[in-house]
Design a protein around this ligand. Structure first.
Ligand code: SAH
Length: 212
């Protein structure tokens, strides 16, 4: 009981010092970051670091993103609440849970089966009924449920995959890290006849594994 309380306090501190202080204003994002128990998505031996200002290893050579980056990417998608979102790179499932708090449905693809199964378990324990998982190379998206209001990619390809662009609705947004040694977060918006791309900030993500 005591432990739980501490985590809640740490989470509140995380939101104030790392997220609000750096300019994230979207109330829905802030509320989700206050609510989702990040420590449940972190391996047990690392739990005490759950609310620190950094990414953490989650096994299989992968990482859970830094809390600020999760908040930043979520805000950049400009979500209102009734959206259908595609996520590439489930990883720990933490970003998935943040999205599940905000939107109507989340479709999340992960290429490493152990990670997907672990994430699915935590998401189920937390009783989210609006998340759908798939184990596959996400580079080709998830056509069956397309088009999406928003797409979030949490591993970096060398360029924005065309298949993902094609699965955006008109006025749909995508946020994706692009590059190798040097990466930038790119915001893509689908307009009626073209895609508009904007560079947001330098980042460091694990590479997107591509079988295609
Ligand atoms: N949002 C996650 C970030 C995980 S790191 C979190 O906060 O926990 C990125 C994830 O993308 C890793 O789990 C990695 O296995 C996965 N990944 C890499 N290439 C992929 C691909 N082609 N399709 C789907 N997932 C991929």
């Amino acid at each position: 009981m005591k432990k739980k309380k501490n985590f809640k306090q740490e989470r509140e501190k995380m939101v104030q010092a790392q997220i609000e202080a750096r300019g994230i204003k979207d109330e829905k994002v802030l509320e989700a970051m206050r609510k989702v128990p990040r420590h449940l998505f972190v391996p047990e031996h690392m739990r005490r670091y759950s609310y620190q200002d950094e990414p953490l290893p989650i096994g299989e050579g992968q990482t859970i993103s830094q809390p600020y980056i999760v908040a930043y990417m979520s805000e950049a998608l400009n979500l209102k609440g009734n959206e259908k979102v595609l996520e590439i790179g489930t990883g720990s499932g933490y970003q998935t849970a943040i999205l599940a708090e905000i939107v109507k449905e989340v479709f999340s693809i992960e290429i490493v089966d152990i990670l997907s199964s672990k994430a699915r378990k935590v998401i189920k324990e937390l009783s989210y009924g609006n998340v759908y998982f798939k184990i596959e190379d996400g580079t080709q998206g998830w056509k069956e449920h397309a088009p999406y209001d928003a797409i979030i990619v949490t591993a970096a390809p060398s360029k924005v995959p065309q298949a993902l662009k094609n699965q955006l609705k008109i006025l749909g947004r995508m946020i994706i890290p692009v590059g190798s040694a040097f990466q930038e977060l790119i915001h893509v918006i689908r307009e009626k006849k073209k895609f508009k791309e904007q560079k947001l900030l330098p980042v460091r993500f694990v590479p997107l594994i591509s079988k295609h």
